[in-house]
Design a protein around this ligand. Structure first.
Ligand code: GLY
Length: 135
């Protein structure tokens, strides 16, 4: 499989394991020193995996179904480093007491991967809520 196809597949696997709460798989795909900016970190640069584990543990106790779709993917390989940029759509159906029970969220994401031996490892990401621009 060429690098571009492999990175698309790995990125979808990563998002799917986040959605299903598969912490072991997440750790296999990510470098232990993973860094990120994401809305949950309220403007702080997060380093390491502990911050993310909190959400995986929370998800275990929640009853909801979700589907994650990558739209507009762009993969750029530069030697041992790759940038994968896309919009992530998350369709969620929560328990009936959750209002609204059915939602769709959109995020702009950039994920950086590093090639180690013959394996791509996730090393950094940036996630922002997709929004419209108003002057
Ligand atoms: N919040 C974990 C991730 O998007 O990788």
């Amino acid at each position: 499989m060429d690098h571009e196809s492999a990175l698309r597949r790995l990125t979808q696997e990563l998002l799917d394991c986040i959605a299903s709460g598969d912490w072991e798989k997440y750790c296999q795909l990510c470098d232990p020193s993973l860094t990120c900016f994401e809305p949950e970190a309220v403007g702080n640069l997060v380093q390491g995996l502990d911050f993310h584990r909190f959400y995986f543990d929370l998800l275990k106790d929640q009853q909801h179904q979700s589907q994650t779709t990558i739209t507009q993917p762009h993969v750029r390989v530069m030697g041992q480093v790759a940038v994968v940029a896309y919009v992530r759509l998350i369709q969620k159906c929560g328990p009936p007491e959750m209002k609204p029970a059915l939602t769709t969220e959109a995020y702009e994401e950039t994920r950086i991967w590093r090639l180690e031996a013959d394996r791509w490892i996730h090393v950094h990401f940036h996630r922002s809520p997709a929004r419209t621009w108003e002057p």
